[in-house]
Write a protein that binds this ligand. Structure first.
Ligand code: ZN
Length: 426
């Protein structure tokens, strides 16, 4: 038993923090007491929470644990599966070290990387967040992630995409992925920046209603979730029409797309993945990438549209989640908590709203009993030195995460020498 005493509790749902005690027994939160009530239990180890915030562990809604900060999509192909698995294991630990106790995957770079790592985490063999394991990206020919040409076809298992060009092909890819044990089917419904020459830029909707319907049909039959790469307005609308669970990017929404998202707001999530476009615009040069003027202008215009769209979604009460394509070259793994600061600095969220989206909000997508400090919930908790409501950026500093608990077990236990913490038996 652990008793967190006298902490500022950010519980994931209440509008304001409150001072109180939290008792953890086994994997779950047993009691929450709001000051002046106190909890006193014999035999509990007491963690003094003075000067600290106690909050639910963070949820990353668009994780790619098998992405290795790549700049070129072929990097992922060249990485043999043995090294790729090691990198994925390292990223899983890194995310947990950074306070992410849950990750909803938005695609694995090889067929079973997510599944194997999820199973090893669940079995206690390696440290890592709770993981909803995804497929590779299922995508049509001539779209984001297609690395083939007329003269060269790569084996499917080494790419981060599976090519599907008919409803039957999507169905088969989904069923094979189900056989592999995934939780989520990832499908690319729109194009992306950089693929304009193929007619597959961000404003293009590249698959048909019948193809997306096939994916959703298999998902419903097998109890899986559907996650979609959908940047264009048309792709967002197609996702809402077919009941996709989480829509990524949604950068080019028009009024009709926003209206449809609002009408479906009880069943759909949007994760805009603002981290990657933000760093592409502002920080790519730090990684040796210089955009030409036209590219820079188009990146800036997409980012501006994304920001305006998400501000409108927030006002309409649409559930928007942090998660930002971390694992690409200028937006590296482990910096994921920047997304909460982006929500505050760019998207009009208060720090409390951003934390709620990144905890209880993400947990609703995970469909797991985490993301809240509530009696009976699973004890995934962060003890943070300082006040993240006053400065959301402190969540990016792992040194301030003096306690990281998952399932009632400390991944990182508070110590007396990390800011006056005590861990003592009462
Ligand atoms: Zn992604």
């Amino acid at each position: 038993m652990y008793l967190f005493a006298d902490a500022e509790i950010i519980d994931g749902v209440a509008r304001a923090p409150y001072t109180g005690d939290v008792l953890v027994e086994g994997a779950r939160i047993k009691r929450v007491a709001k000051s002046p009530d106190r909890i006193s239990v014999e035999g509990a180890e007491v963690v003094c929470g003075g000067g600290c915030a106690l909050m639910p562990g963070l949820v990353e809604a668009h994780a790619h644990l098998s992405f290795t900060n790549m700049q070129d999509l072929f990097e992922s192909v060249r990485l043999p599966v043995e090294e790729h698995l090691l990198a994925t294991i390292e990223n899983a630990k890194l995310l947990l070290d950074q306070g992410f106790t849950s990750c909803f995957s938005a695609a694995a770079a090889k067929p079973r990387l997510d599944v194997v790592v999820r199973n090893a985490i669940n079995a206690g063999r390696i440290p890592g967040p709770r993981l909803r394991a995804a497929t590779q990206e299922m995508t049509p020919s001539g779209n984001l992630g297609d690395l083939d040409t007329d003269y060269m076809t790569l084996p499917e298992a080494v790419r981060f995409t599976v090519t599907c060009d008919s409803p039957d092909a999507f169905r088969q890819a989904c069923r094979r992925a189900a056989r592999n044990g995934v939780d989520t089917f990832k499908v690319n419904v729109s194009g992306d920046r950089g693929f304009e020459e193929w007619g597959a830029g961000p404003d293009a909707t590249v698959i048909t209603d019948e193809e997306l319907a096939a994916v959703v049909q298999v998902a419903r039959a097998r109890g899986k979730k559907v996650a979609a790469h959908a940047t264009s307005a048309g792709s967002v609308k197609m996702c809402v029409r077919h009941g996709v669970d989480v829509i990524y990017h949604a950068a080019l929404c028009d009024e009709e797309a926003l209206d449809m998202l609002e009408a479906a707001k009880d069943r759909v999530f949007v994760a805009p993945t603002v981290g990657f476009p933000y760093t592409l615009v502002h920080e790519a040069q730090d990684f040796g990438v210089e955009h030409d003027d036209a590219t820079q202008a188009s990146l800036e215009s997409e980012l501006a549209s994304l920001i305006n769209g998400v501000r409108a979604m927030r006002e309409r009460g649409i559930r928007v989640l942090p998660g930002g394509d971390y694992g690409l070259f200028c937006n590296p793994q482990g910096t994921n908590a920047r997304d909460l600061a982006h929500f505050v600095n760019l998207l009009g969220y208060s720090p409390m709203e951003a934390i709620q989206a990144g905890t209880a909000g993400g947990a609703a997508l995970m469909v797991m009993d985490v993301g809240q400090i509530r009696e009976g919930a699973l004890a995934d908790l962060l003890l943070v030195r300082g006040d993240p409501i006053a400065d959301i950026s402190i969540l990016q500093d792992a040194d301030r995460l003096i306690g990281i608990m998952k399932d009632g077990v400390f991944h990182k236990a508070p110590r007396a020498d990390t800011g006056g913490m005590c861990l003592a038996a009462e």
